[in-house]
Design a binder for this molecule. Sequence first.
Ligand SMILES: Nc1ncnc2c1ncn2[C@@H]1O[C@H](COP(=O)(O)OP(=O)(O)OP(=O)(O)O)[C@@H](O)[C@H]1O
Ligand SMILES: [Mg+2]
Length: 297
Amino acid sequence: MVDVELIKTKGIEKNYRLGSTIVQALRGIDITIENKEFIVIVGPSGSGKSTLLHMLSALDTPSKGTVLINGRDISKMDDHSLAMIRRNKIGFIFQTFNLIPTLTALENVLMPIEPTNKDKIKMTKQAIVLLKDFGLGNRLKHKPSELSGGERQRVAIARALINDPEIIFADEPTGNLDSKTGGKIIDLLKKLNKEYGKTIVVVTHDESLLNFATRKIFIKDGRILKDVKSHLGTKHRGTGTMNSKSINSEENSLKETKSVKKKPSRGKWTARKHQKINEKRVSKKVGWRLNVKTWLK
Ligand SMILES: Nc1ncnc2c1ncn2[C@@H]1O[C@H](COP(=O)(O)OP(=O)(O)OP(=O)(O)O)[C@@H](O)[C@H]1O
Ligand SMILES: [Mg+2]
């Protein structure tokens, strides 16, 4: 199969009409997003960052130009195909969380699978595992108004991950959080990219993400001012598969990596075999395993 870019835009423009005035939010953007990139978008307020994220994630359509996802022009897709892409391929984390106030944390996480025919019981177990991973095991039945800001954001992230998307967009995900909670969210995004091979596109001003990014895009007045790839490249990036191991447990995963490295004499094959057996054990325990490649077939 020819390896096509994950997302590619050609000359996209976005105009908003406000009464008799037209706001030109984007004025011709060409971007190609490759698999496993960690892209940070920065720019002044009103420069078009959120608008761009909405175009790239197919949440909205441009006034002019094209957006291709895996080489397919989204303007030529029917509603069903577009909905499938939004649901299965893309996760979106909003700055303002966008949780449904009348639904519980668990119900909010399950929202994206509601219109699908996926096994509800299996998906509910999966949502519970995710929420537990995020330290919200005792908040499943809480409504958003009964949760703190950081807890709400974690529910929103669990919702973005429930379908094991290939690419995650986040619009200032730490903007409404204190620095400690924000730090945890940032670690999670890094981990999703580095260990699970997810492509991340994030609008942020956070220094630690700027340093971690494989690419930085500077936007001003609806145009790309600079698009800089960092030397970090894609080495050490993961496999694109997310399984039921705690994605929030940095410590556990570090231990695992260390133990594999500590015993080089056992050979690569043995280490891989042990890791696989370990993964299988964990998957069996919680009863589910996500595999992006299988799901997108
Ligand atoms: N729905 C809308 N209707 C009219 N104008 C809009 C709309 N959404 C955005 N705009 C305008 O488009 C421009 C770009 O907005 P956008 O939200 O993309 O900026 P931003 O870079 O994300 O800013 P911030 O950092 O403040 O979030 C702004 O001038 C904004 O006022
Ligand atoms: Mg914005």
